[in-house]
Design a protein. Structure first.
Length: 276
């Protein structure tokens, strides 16, 4: 009888519905991440491309707000708060930023609900779409608001001047960490109202703190380049893009995603067992 009871208890502990790591709220959040991550990884090409483009356009809207507020107030902090409009648009319009995919699809891949090849496809296409959409909006901003050109030039120069240094890499790591933490907080609840809070707070921190984020900083550098007076070129932008993307990846995946997954080893094992 004792052996039968032990076996039954073992079956219960290994089931999907059990709080295998002792914290049911973490299990629920993990389930949300796996479910949405699987959807993102298996999107058809047209949907994936359009989602990335829209993400760049939405963030570009935040850049417009950033430049307007900085132009009229001279305050980077106030401009950062205004930039949060872009993150609100990302959330409510259901578009995606490249760095928002450092937690959700990675969780699905770790749980064996997707492949590394699918993850690489998602990252490359989303980043490319963000940049194309952001490039277009940056051109529109410079053409529609000639008065913003000096502000755009100064903002773009700032990120171009960071160079490939330990300081700029640290800023990029922090940017990846901030965005991925925002993503994790938003997936802790189904309430849109609650999800808006981290969008506002972390958007302001990212832009107001002038962290080195590959998409945001690229759009600002594009705007400076579109003025025709930027003291840097597209090769300089490309170098900044690669360096910032690497730092974002380290901060988002290394400092947030993997450590968060380490808190739910039982749920990870459950999902891997299901997949196999």
């Amino acid at each position: 009888m004792a052996r039968t009871g032990d076996a039954h208890q073992g079956d219960t502990d290994s089931g999907r519905g059990s709080p295998s790591d002792g914290e049911p709220e973490l299990d629920d959040a993990f389930d949300r991440l796996v479910s949405e991550g699987e959807i993102r990884l298996h999107r058809p090409w047209p949907t994936l491309i359009v989602t990335g483009l829209l993400g760049g356009i939405d963030v570009g809207t935040g850049v417009l707000a950033y430049l307007l507020v900085e132009h009229y107030t001279g305050s980077t902090l106030l401009a950062g708060a205004a930039f949060s409009i872009g993150f609100v648009a990302l959330l409510l319009a259901r578009s995606e930023l490249f760095t928002e995919n450092f937690l959700v699809p990675v969780t699905a891949v770790v749980g064996r609900h997707g492949s590394l090849r699918a993850l690489a496809r998602l990252w490359v296409v989303t980043l490319a779409g963000n940049l194309v959409g952001g490039f277009l909006v940056a051109w529109l901003i410079v053409r529609a608001f000639p008065s913003l050109r000096p502000t755009a030039l100064t903002a773009g120069e700032h990120y171009a001047a960071l160079g490939v240094t330990l300081t700029s890499f640290a800023l990029a790591v922090l940017a990846g960490m901030v965005i991925t933490l925002m993503t994790r907080m938003q997936h802790a609840t189904d309430s849109i109202g609650v999800q808006l809070v981290p969008a506002l707070l972390f958007g302001a921190l990212l832009a107001g703190g002038q962290l080195f984020h590959c998409v945001l900083d690229s759009i600002l550098m594009f705007a400076a380049l579109h003025t025709g007076r930027a003291p840097f070129g597209y090769l300089d932008w490309l170098g900044a893009l690669g360096w910032s993307a690497l730092g974002n990846l380290v901060g988002g995946v290394g400092l947030v995603a993997f450590l968060r997954l380490a808190r739910v080893p039982g749920r990870v094992a459950d999902e891997r067992a299901k997949a196999s």
